[in-house]
Ligand binder design. Sequence first.
Ligand SMILES: [Zn+2]
Length: 97
Amino acid sequence: MADDKLSTAESLRSTRSYGQVRCMNPSCAGRITPAPGQTQAKCPKCGSEWRIFWINAGLPRVKGPVWETSQRLANERLDQIAAEAGKNEELAKKEVK
Ligand SMILES: [Zn+2]
């Protein structure tokens, strides 16, 4: 009985993506493999950065977003939108003249 439990736990451990976390960006869900002890990890797929905490030496979990990076990515997107809007406005002005 006890042996059965152990082997089940061991087989689970071997199939699980040990030491990996999922990107919490819902449109990405990439796999991130933080280096042991790392407190921040960047998603290789979408570039989002996440704060990592370690349940134990080999088991990382995502604690939350790195706000500075989320903010920067959001600002870059806003700047782009603003730049596009500005361009359209200039075009509109030229057309009026
Ligand atoms: Zn991602």
